[in-house]
Design a protein around this ligand. Structure first.
Ligand code: GDP
Ligand code: MG
Length: 163
């Protein structure tokens, strides 16, 4: 069975931008859980010769600044259930939010391997801004830019090791 990797995080952090950068082609949506299919996109990717399915979550708030906490929690719980590893994405431009803390708490409880991706680190000065995300209780985070692709390789190197 191919490993599954889910991308979670609050709206507008750049999950879909990252997803679209990684997938080669879109797969048919085959989620059996009623009511969630429209919220999720599936794709296939590979890194260092390892193939995996990638799930982009959270389409339900596309184009909106509203944060639907219960919806995000649901997506995180689903990801914990079905994924082998999780990419938890946050946004250095927006900074740390209460919702990020809530997602981190759910992920830590789950014991599922997760990788904290600090997105929108488009320039060197933003590297320094990322340090506040250590307060989410991680030993390591990965700074990256989904728009220009920098930093994504380091994250994927470590991610595929646990698949
Ligand atoms: P999602 O809601 O988490 O799926 O976020 P999107 O992928 O839709 O991106 C939200 C916004 O952030 C869009 O305007 C993106 O162009 C922007 N964005 C995504 N990644 C980056 C990045 O690495 N740097 C910058 N500066 N903006 C980004
Ligand atoms: Mg999205």
């Amino acid at each position: 069975m191919m490993s599954i990797v889910a991308i979670v995080g609050r709206p507008n952090v750049g999950k879909s931008t990252f997803f679209n950068r990684l997938i080669q082609r879109r797969e048919a949506i085959t989620d059996a859980v009623s009511g969630v299919t429209r919220d999720r996109h599936y794709g296939k990717s590979d890194w260092n010769g390892k193939e995996f399915s990638l799930i982009d979550t959270g389409g339900y708030v596309k184009g909106s600044d509203d944060v639907f906490e219960a919806e995000i929690d649901k997506q995180v719980e689903l990801a914990i259930d079905e994924a082998d590893a999780i990419i938890f994405m946050v946004d250095v431009e927006a900074g740390l939010t209460g919702m990020d803390e809530e997602v981190a708490t759910l992920l830590r409880k789950s014991k599922k391997p997760f990788f904290l991706a600090v997105n929108k680190v488009d320039s060197a000065t933003r590297e320094n801004d990322a340090v506040e995300f250590y307060s989410l209780g991680v030993e390591k985070y990965y700074t990256l830019s989904s728009i220009n692709g920098s930093g994504t390789g380091e994250l994927l190197d470590d991610l595929v090791k646990v698949l």
